[in-house]
Design a protein around this ligand. Structure first.
Ligand SMILES: Nc1ncnc2c1ncn2[C@@H]1O[C@H](COP(=O)(O)OP(=O)(O)OP(=O)(O)O)[C@@H](O)[C@H]1O
Length: 277
């Protein structure tokens, strides 16, 4: 006779219980009943300031221009930059039961802690678990409606929030943003290993601030040093989705809340590769 499997839960009397075993490992959180989201893409980086929010915004803007319905969940609770890039200032409203995102001029629904704070300069001084729980609520307690893509702007690194997002939300793929001055090899390795642990595919790498194109002489200058992105991407068998130049017009568009007006084509290839997934 086969040996009876003992249930490891202290609260369950049964000797073998699939429910208990599943509950131990299943951290997934359901979206609101009125949210129908086809694809969830996380945008991650090894450290702050490399342009992760800018890449998240550009992906949503470029996808929206192609006719896809896109939203942005700003999971960077202590350093939210998405509302500023889209020039969005209205506060998140509730219908008494769930939160309603704030829509940008171009119709992109956005959820960010800055749209809940009374004053956008108020710091969020919360413990890690509270922050992680807030991000979960941005998924479960928000009426996102019908979306083709929801982009998640993650905080930098591999801390509480990325772990919560990867465990609780059905992330289809992540995009890793780097810049040439970073220890790119180590950062990509960490992101790839975390994705592997969480069983989430890496869609590819984006190198931001890759070069500066001089309008006077037409030459490209690698201001932050030689790029190693091809070599690193090759090592992990990943595509380079985009190389974004240092562009003062892009910085101005982001800083002045006009990212939707930016007419550049730097994310076109990235979007095509994401569509093909
Ligand atoms: N390619 C670029 N050319 C010019 N300016 C850029 C470029 N990429 C980003 N910036 C500027 O750099 C600043 C930081 O960008 P961003 O907020 O996207 O970084 P981040 O990685 O999301 O930072 P954090 O992790 O702190 O949120 C912004 O002011 C943005 O406008």
């Amino acid at each position: 006779m086969a040996e009876e499997k003992k249930c490891s839960s202290t609260s369950c009397g049964k000797s073998s219980c699939e429910g208990c075993d599943k509950a131990k490992t299943d951290f997934s959180v359901k979206p609101h009943a009125m949210s129908h989201i086809k694809k969830v893409i996380g945008v991650v980086s090894g450290k702050g300031g490399v342009g992760k929010s800018m890449v998240t915004s550009l992906l949503a803007v470029t996808m929206s221009k192609k006719g896809y319905k896109c939203g942005i969940l700003d999971a960077d609770i202590t350093g939210p930059s998405i509302p500023k890039a889209f020039g969005v200032k209205d506060k998140i409203m509730s219908n008494g039961e769930a939160m309603l995102p704030v829509y940008s001029e171009g119709g992109v629904p956005i959820i960010s802690i800055n749209l809940l704070l009374q004053n956008e300069t108020d710091p969020v001084v919360w413990r890690g678990p509270v922050i992680a729980n807030t991000v979960k609520q941005f998924w479960s307690d928000v009426i996102w409606g019908d979306l083709d893509y929801l982009f998640i702007d993650m905080p930098p690194g591999t801390g509480d929030v990325p772990l919560t997002v990867f465990q609780s939300l059905p992330v289809d793929a992540i995009v890793v943003v780097t810049s040439p001055q970073e220890l790119v090899s180590m950062i990509v390795a960490k992101a790839v290993k975390m994705a592997e642990l969480m069983k989430i595919p890496v869609a590819g790498l984006v190198e931001n601030m890759s070069y500066f194109h001089c309008p006077d002489n037409g030459k490209d200058y690698q201001i932050f040093g030689e790029s190693h992105i091809d070599e690193v991407a090759g090592r992990y068998g990943l595509p380079v989705l985009a190389r974004i130049p240092i562009d003062p017009a892009l910085a101005a568009a982001c800083d002045e809340g006009r990212i939707e007006e930016f007419a550049g084509s730097c994310m076109d290839d990235a979007v095509m590769m994401l569509e093909d997934r």
